[in-house]
Design a protein around this ligand. Structure first.
Ligand code: NAP
Ligand code: ZN
Ligand code: ZN
Length: 348
């Protein structure tokens, strides 16, 4: 066992503060990674503050991890000391249930082991995430980072990237389709980049008029201010697919009304309260409402390789870890362009 430096919180109402946490010895199949950068996902805030229930304290968030391999176990095949490596939202699963075998470890029937706030079968207690200086992870859950991209800007691909790539791929978003991305935050801005790269006509639906110019630069073809009923009305019944990334309560029915016949709205944002669904808004145009949770390991690697080939990274604001509590407050004000990433060199 080793001790890692980390930032942790002890209660829903406490700020994150420096802490020391245990990491297991590097087992035969393990990769020991020095964490260089970790993205800040809105999920980190939801879980730190127990907004969904189920948080166990102390809690060390962080599931957008990139770094360098400092040690490998004897049976590790695909990584060696000095390689770049990444870890996303999961660190283990049963690997034998139907979902695991099909590459959907995020739906493991025995319970996915998430990167933080999940039972740790090695040390007991709970898993601790990436707001720390190193981590030990089974090779099967470690990803390869394309060498041609800025490393810090790759970190958000591990959650914001895969969470938007996966549903856009599953719903076969591409040329000839009008696709809406609701909310231009960490997830949303990656959704815009992917939908644009897949050839769709991309419309950003935002509550922040000040983000319109950025939306177009990121790859959107049009911007709609979603708080304006007149602007929304112009797009009624016209979208093939809408991806909703909003983290707070909002009127989802206003977005259903934008879907054309057989259109789908996929929800990836997870407000702490249930979203009221007006059934009539689904009946008209035979609309579908679905969800999506991150993506499996195989698809996450596919997404990273796609990003390498198409030079896609996240637009980030690099912060020292001492600014993490301030970053959370700014997240709540939708004041991030478009993902905070922690420079772990500042964790001394
Ligand atoms: P984020 O960077 O804070 O972005 C959320 C965006 O939602 C904001 O930028 C804002 O966009 C919009 N928004 C915020 N408050 C709003 C309000 N009151 N009304 C309307 N729009 C509002 O968050 P994120 O990291 O992208 O995460 C978004 C959500 O996805 C979170 O709930 C997170 O937990 C969840 N998530 C889910 C998965 C999954 O697997 N399904 C994975 C990761 C994260 P505008 O300023 O453009 O309006
Ligand atoms: Zn996340
Ligand atoms: Zn399983």
């Amino acid at each position: 066992m080793s001790n890692a430096k980390a930032y942790s919180t002890d209660a829903a109402t406490s700020p994150l503060a420096p802490a020391s946490i245990p990491r297991r010895e590097t087992g035969p199949k393990d990769v020991h990674i020095q964490i260089l950068f970790c993205g800040v996902c809105h999920t980190d805030l939801h879980i730190s503050r127990n907004e969904w229930g189920g948080t166990t304290y102390p809690c060390v968030p962080g599931h957008e991890i990139v770094g360098r391999v400092i040690k490998t176990g004897a049976e590790v095949k695909h990584f060696k000391e000095g390689d770049l490596a990444a870890v996303g939202c999961m660190v283990d699963s049963c690997r034998c249930c139907e979902n695991c075998r099909d590459g959907f470890e995020q739906f493991c029937e025995s319970g996915t082991i998430f990167t933080y706030n999940a039972p740790d079968k090695h040390l007991g207690g709970m898993t601790y995430g990436g707001y720390s200086d190193h981590v030990v992870v089974d090779e099967a859950f470690v990803l390869r980072v394309p060498g041609n991209l800025d490393l810090a800007a790759c970190a958000p691909l591990l959650c914001a990237g895969i969470t938007t790539y996966s549903p856009l791929r599953h719903h076969k978003v591409g040329k000839g389709q009008k696709v809406g991305i609701v909310g231009l935050g960490g997830l949303g801005h990656m959704g815009v980049k992917f939908a644009h790269a897949f050839g769709a006509h991309v419309v950003v639906l935002t509550t922040s008029p000040g983000k319109a110019e950025d939306a177009l630069r990121l790859g959107a073809d049009e911007v709609v201010i979603s708080t304006s009923p007149d602007e929304m009305k112009k797009h009624a019944n016209s979208f093939h697919f809408i991806l909703d990334t909003v983290s707070a309560p909002h009127d989802i029915n206003a977005f259903f009304a934008l879907l054309k016949r057989d259109g789908t709205l996929t929800q990836v944002g997870v407000p702490a309260q249930p979203l009221p669904v007006q059934v009539f808004s689904l009946l008209h145009n035979r609309r579908s409402f679905s969800g999506s949770l991150i993506g499996g390991i195989r698809e996450t690697q596919e997404m990273l390789d796609f990003c390498g080939e198409h030079s896609i990274t996240s637009d980030i604001e690099l912060i020292p870890i001492q600014k993490i509590n301030e970053a959370y407050e700014r997240l709540l004000k939708s004041d991030v362009k478009y993902r905070f990433v922690i420079d772990m060199a500042t964790l001394q």
